[in-house]
Design a binder for this molecule. Structure first.
Ligand SMILES: NC(=O)c1ccc[n+]([C@@H]2O[C@H](COP(=O)([O-])OP(=O)(O)OC[C@H]3O[C@@H](n4cnc5c(N)ncnc54)[C@H](O)[C@@H]3O)[C@@H](O)[C@H]2O)c1
Length: 377
């Protein structure tokens, strides 16, 4: 396999996770240490870029991502910057003919996302979304069971992503609260993940009826400051959603879920069975088979837990019995991107899939503004 040399753009909270996960991949799959490396890193300031390079162990750092692209020895860029820069960087990477791995949400809006999907297709580069939560074996098993018709006709579904990260009114403004940088609030930040999970397991969305709200409408401009600025993005988004196949469900997204540290889950109810998964028990997929006998005294009826655990095909370490976690799922998402390059096969989740999620979020925002059901554009 040719060595994959990555240019990492952005080294904040998630850039550091990506860097650590690339380093772990060779250990998970028994690959030479240098089969995947980070060649250089770009941030907004030379000082932070230098510190990032020290941590990563790469020589090249810059405050201008164009300099990274201009090196000519980068196979792929990994975009870990705030949402308003994704479009510009993807177009630059496509122009430079390098593959692209991009954090969620794909873009600020549908028009940008569609433009990005077109640009990477036209350039013939591989492009993949970071929808890392798909990459728990239990979630992959849920998708397999849905493909096999395990639950039968889907009656309804439910997705939830609650965090408590913004419950303090003292928490100051940041780029995540600035619509010009983030594009949307909790819906874009957390909703992108749970909507992708539901899309991955259940299929295309058709229409949304949603309400978004901002629960703390002004915040300090900086930590400890008495000066306040208005918050123009949602803290909470509650959606009804209709899938293309007609199934109806609900999606709850909030960063004001007091006590909810990182509560992501989905449930699917069908006429033959049910499936549910919860990030707090990532190793297990819960399934209910309504075809089993409920007699005598309940027979064998009831939810059972499938030990999906760490059954990543081909994994050398750790062994399959260990629980997967956030970092492992990120590493797998990255590994599948790299495999798509090595094997010259389509990426998944592709930018087209990122665009679909963007369309769901856009329909939710329009529904909240105008009221009633809104079909995906
Ligand atoms: N998939 C996940 O689990 C997950 C988790 C957190 C964040 N994210 C996504 O990752 C992205 C970044 O989030 P974060 O929390 O790491 O942000 P952050 O603010 O912690 O870090 C952003 C980084 O981007 C750099 N940056 C900003 N503009 C740049 C530019 N034009 N060129 C080069 N560098 C630039 C900053 O210097 C900083 O290093 C967002 O799109 C966010 O939605 C995804």
């Amino acid at each position: 396999m040719p060595k994959i040399r990555i240019g990492l753009i952005g080294y904040g909270g998630i850039g550091r996770v990506h860097a650590a996960a690339y380093r772990a991949i060779p250990f998970h799959y028994g690959l030479p240490a240098d089969s995947i490396s980070i060649t250089g890193v770009a941030t907004t300031r030379e000082e932070t870029a230098r510190r990032a390079a020290d941590e990563i162990g790469c020589e090249f750092y810059t405050d201008d991502y164009w300099a990274l692209l201009a090196r000519g020895d980068i196979d792929a860029v990994d975009i870990c910057t705030p949402n308003n820069s994704h479009h510009e960087i993807v177009l630059a990477a496509a122009e430079a003919g390098v593959h692209v791995y991009c954090e969620k949400p794909l873009a600020m809006n549908v028009a940008e996302a569609a433009d990005m999907a077109r640009a990477v297709d036209a350039a013939g580069v591989k492009a993949q979304m970071t929808f890392n939560f798909r990459f728990f074996p239990a979630v992959a098993r849920a998708r397999q069971l849905m493909d096999e018709g395990y639950v039968g006709r889907v009656f309804s579904f439910r997705g939830r992503y609650h965090r408590s990260s913004y419950i303090s009114s003292d928490k100051p403004m940041s780029w995540r609260l600035d619509r010009a940088i983030t594009g949307g609030g909790a819906l874009f930040d957390l909703g992108a993940h749970v909507l992708d999970l539901l899309f991955f397991v259940l299929g295309d969305f058709a229409a949304v009826n949603g309400t978004l709200d901002t629960l703390i409408r002004e915040r300090p401009v900086a930590a400890g400051s008495a000066e306040k600025a208005p918050v123009e993005v949602d803290d909470i988004a509650l959606l009804h959603a209709r899938l293309a196949d007609g199934a109806l469900g609900t999606v709850e997204v909030s960063r004001m879920g007091t006590g909810a540290t990182n509560d992501l889950s989905f449930e699917i109810f069908g006429d033959q069975g049910a499936i549910r998964w919860d990030l707090s028990e990532p190793a297990w997929l819960q399934v209910y088979d309504a075809r089993t006998s409920d007699s005598p005294l309940g027979g064998e009826r009831g939810f059972q837990r499938i030990e999906a655990a760490s059954r990543y095909p081909g994994q050398r370490a750790p062994d399959w019995t260990m629980s997967p976690d956030f970092m492992r799922a990120h590493a797998e998402c990255q590994y599948q991107f790299i495999r798509a390059i090595w094997d010259d096969r389509p990426t998944s989740p592709s930018f087209a899939e990122g665009l679909h999620v963007q369309r769901i979020m856009d329909a939710a925002e329009r529904s909240s503004e105008q009221g009633g059901w809104v079909e995906l554009a």
